[in-house]
Design a protein around this ligand. Structure first.
Ligand code: BG6
Length: 495
């Protein structure tokens, strides 16, 4: 393809994300012809590897996690000839001198200044030192050719996020900073914009006059796996809600942008965050709930409760589940509740958006009152099923006028048999092409933290909790059911 020569450095190159997501994504881009003709991937880490042993580890990961399955030896050989390992300490100047040399060698070999993308897949305490050093590496190609990708968590509260933004923005231009939220790269999440703004049908009814309520539910069946050390200092609010769920909510609720330009789209997304009603103590009490999983049986196997997980404080009050009711104070959404929930060790892995429309203004069918009656609903299933379903009432064949809800379905697998790219493929390609539309701008991250700070402060001040409060393999704590049931609704679950 047309792309410029590119150097991709991965800080945290021996970590889990590199093996599970980053290398498989780059490899699949390569298979699909999206990698530039000239590229180099530099994995950085402290572990002692040489290029060959490093590549073996990556190949292992690829064979386990790549959507394209076990790597074809010839293709892998060709791809991996572009990978090198730099055993290094990210806090030492020497690392960056070495990197500078690698970049200079490549520039000379390719007779062109490469685009350099630095991917920071490291613990957040390393963000400052790495970004300071990177900003000093001589950039033959100028600022627009050097980009920095920052993995989450982007701060752990408003103050730390601001500090990090200030630091990054003092070293780089905002156009060089790519704050990644992998949910924005998911095919079904991207489609939200296409669906809303490329169809004349939905926009006129996408508002308080027609929509009764919205749900965004991201449930996972896994526990925290071996991430206790990280997760216990984080919790569901910071791990999932502050970033992934709020970003999805922004896509559902945003105003139409004037164009598909990165800043236009991001302006409209941040508008949503600014319009979400703030939480005072009363709202925290009534509109935000949290939970933590107990042990139990999952698929015939006994699993630990959260407090028994490795790396977790046995008295931990960290939430593994949270549910919120939001209101968006603008013309479009006045008084339309947005319910969101996310949790670990729940009954099903499923990310789904459900948009329930108001009932018809006047019932004429006897079956209107029956249990079978379902107001129109639009179900956007992000994963694992990738589909959009519009639920409508239709007459059941027969002599009586009996109505039933039926689904009009757009199902990705049926329509597009070729597998969709993974979120990281989309996002890494965008970073290579310099497109920031699906990345978070500094003000968005801060707006999300700002919104949640009253809840975080309140929760952290109230430690005596009835945890654990939901069993493994359940739909979360009862208080989450109550949160939505008191408004007369129920959480939607995929059949
Ligand atoms: C990550 C969280 O950002 O997203 C994890 O840190 C979570 O805790 C994961 O499991 C979920 O991502 P996905 O793509 O599997 O829905």
């Amino acid at each position: 393809n047309e792309q410029k020569p590119t150097i991709f450095t991965i800080f945290g190159g021996t970590g889990d994300l590199a093996a599970r997501k980053l290398i498989p994504a780059l490899y699949n881009l390569f298979l699909d012809g999206y990698m530039p003709k000239e590229f180099t991937i530099v994995g950085l880490g402290r572990t002692e590897y040489n290029d060959e042993s490093y590549k073996e580890v990556l190949l292992d990961g690829l064979n386990k996690y790549s959507r394209s399955g076990v790597a074809d030896p010839a293709k892998w050989g060709e791809f991996s000839s572009n990978i090198i390992y730099l055993q290094s300490d990210a806090s030492k100047e020497k690392t960056y001198k070495d990197l500078e040399q690698i970049i200079a060698d490549r520039d000379e070999q390719w007779a062109e200044a490469a685009t350099v993308i630095h991917y920071l897949s490291v613990a957040p305490q390393f963000f400052p030192v790495i970004s300071e050093y990177i900003s000093k590496i001589k950039m033959a190609g100028g600022k627009e050719k050097c980009r920095i990708v920052i993995e989450k968590p982007f701060g752990r509260d408003l103050e730390t996020a601001k500090e990090l933004n200030e630091l990054l923005q003092s070293l780089f231009d905002e156009s060089q900073i790519y704050r990644i939220d992998h949910y924005l790269g998911k095919e079904t999440v991207q489609n939200m914009m296409a669906f809303r703004f490329a169809n004349a049908l939905f926009e006129p009814i996408w508002n308080r006059n027609f929509i009764e309520h919205v749900q965004i539910s991201v449930t996972e069946d896994i526990g925290i796996e071996d991430r206790g050390g990280y997760y216990d200092g984080s919790g569901a609010l910071r791990d999932m809600l502050q970033n992934h769920i709020l970003q999805v909510l922004c896509l559902v609720a945003m105003e139409p942008p004037v164009s598909f330009n990165a800043d236009e789209v991001r302006n409209r997304r941040v508008d949503v965050l600014k319009a979400i009603r703030r939480f005072g103590p009363e709202e925290v009490k009534h509109n935000a709930v949290r939970g933590q999983y107990a042990g139990g049986w999952v698929g015939g196997k006994e699993v630990n409760g959260y407090r028994e997980e490795k790396g977790v404080d046995p008295n931990s009050n960290t939430e593994t589940f949270c549910a919120f009711k939001f209101f968006i104070d603008n013309w479009r959404w006045q008084n339309v509740p947005f319910y969101v929930r996310t949790g670990k060790r729940m009954h099903q892995k499923s990310s789904v958006i459900s948009i329930q429309f108001k009932d018809v203004p006047h019932p004429i069918f006897p079956s209107h009152a029956s249990e079978n009656w379902q107001q129109n609903r639009l179900i956007i299933s992000i994963q694992p099923e990738m589909s959009i379903r519009l639920q409508v009432q239709a007459k059941r064949p027969g002599l009586d006028m009996i109505l039933n809800p039926v689904d009009m379905v757009f199902d990705y697998d049926g329509t597009y048999p070729k597998e969709s790219p993974e979120a990281y493929e989309t996002l890494l390609l965008d970073a290579m092409e310099g497109d920031q539309t699906l990345f978070m701008r500094g003000d968005q991250v801060e707006a999300a933290w700002e919104l949640l700070m009253p809840v975080i402060d309140n929760w952290e001040g109230r430690k005596s909790l009835n945890f654990p409060n939901y069993p493994a393999d359940s739909w979360g704590p009862e208080i989450a059911e109550a949160l939505i049931a008191k408004d007369g609704f129920h959480w939607f679950t995929m059949p």
